[in-house]
Design a protein. Structure first.
Length: 371
């Protein structure tokens, strides 16, 4: 019985990744309407990442760039002086009862112009493909969605811990997504101005720490049409020591837990099931159980390799493939690390992010301080 259940579980996990690969869009249509504004929140010590700026200038769809800072960001000010027709700066000041990123985004939203019809949100630590803006705008312009999103794909700098964290993220990035269960990612997200007004986006963000969770939950409540753009797995470089990377994973799940305990419970339950079966397979399941586990892991890795080749630039795909070795050599370690991060997230409601520490209750910031 256990062997049959294990076989079913692994077959379903493999079919999920294959389903994602088989349903990648091939035409990848874009739109380039007028009235698009891209909102980018940056820290005041942002150095004006030249690669990011170059990639934004190369986008296939035009947009106005709205840079949201806390105070004076030298690099942002210099960019606005050099590109006055493209860049606008909004200085939000320091928050007192909400996440600093949320505080900056709310200030940027208040600076929208009447002609701004489409809102694009990105993070400063991504390497966006040239089609990002056009692909996000396509479903909105065609009336197929109210909110659209890409998904982060972490690019490890080496083979060790960064690659393990990347392997966990690839598990999530290549899950099949139904439009009815999509949660947007603030690193590459867009919506119509009408949708933003329908959810009262300023009120939805007020007092919150997580911008994308707040917008996603508000969108669900308003029954908005949210749609994933499956070919937009957006590269995000990943580096650092064990402690920093572990804390990154815990913070991501603590965002989920403090906003939607049910969502955290479902995700943790699914990973716990995989982790428990791996423990059984290695300890008591004998060689047939181990062979089933590894066979499915290698199949998933083969499908993910095709996905990476299809959606990423060649150099990015090569870096992302480093994470596949973890799922091929020690797939159980990926599951156990994933579960450990999820469980640690439940030990506290304090989140350290961007130089601040927040205490979050039911998605709202109730206390914040430096450090």
């Amino acid at each position: 019985m256990m062997l049959a259940l294990w076989l079913l579980l692994q077959a379903l996990s493999l079919m999920g990744v294959v389903n994602y690969w088989r349903h990648l869009p091939t035409d990848r249509q874009e739109e380039a309407p007028g009235g698009a504004v891209m909102i980018l929140s940056v820290r005041d010590d942002w150095e004006g990442d030249s690669e990011l700026v170059t990639r934004l200038k190369a986008q296939s769809a035009p947009f106005r760039l709205l840079l949201a800072t806390s105070g004076i960001c030298v690099a942002a000010e210099a960019l606005a002086i050099a590109e006055p027709d493209w860049v606008q700066i909004v200085r939000a000041g320091v928050a007192s009862d909400e996440g600093q990123k949320v505080h900056k985004l709310r200030a940027a939203l208040k600076a929208l112009r009447d002609a701004d019809r489409y809102l694009i949100f990105i993070d400063a630590d991504i390497a966006p493909p040239v089609r990002l803006a056009g692909r996000l705008l396509f479903p909105l312009v065609r009336g197929k969605a109210d909110i659209v999103t890409g998904y982060r794909l972490l690019l490890p700098a080496g083979q060790g811990m960064p690659a393990l964290v990347g392997a966990v993220e690839q598990q999530l990035a290549t899950l099949p997504r139904a439009a009815s269960s999509t949660m947007p990612w603030g690193g590459a997200m867009a919506m119509t101005r009408v949708a933003a007004e329908r959810i009262d986006i300023d009120a939805a963000l007020a007092g919150r720490l997580s911008d994308d969770m707040a917008i996603g939950l508000a969108g669900w409540r308003a029954k908005l049409r949210m749609r994933p753009v499956r070919d937009l797995l957006v590269a995000s470089p990943l580096d650092g020591g064990l402690g920093a990377l572990w804390n990154f994973g815990v913070r991501q799940y603590r965002h989920i837990l403090t906003n939607s305990p049910r969502m955290w419970a479902v995700a943790t339950g699914a990973v716990a099931l995989q982790s428990g079966f791996w423990l059984w397979a290695l300890g008591w399941g004998s060689w047939p159980a181990i062979a089933i586990g590894y066979g499915a892991a290698w199949g998933r890795a083969a499908a993910r390799r095709r996905i990476l080749a299809a959606v990423l630039e060649p150099e990015q795909a090569a870096r992302a493939r480093r994470s596949l070795w973890w799922d091929m050599v020690t797939p159980f370690a990926v599951c156990w690390a994933h579960l450990a991060v999820q469980l640690q997230a439940a030990t506290s409601n304090r989140i350290s992010w961007g130089g601040w520490t927040y205490r979050v209750v039911r998605g709202r910031v109730v206390e914040m301080g430096r450090g």
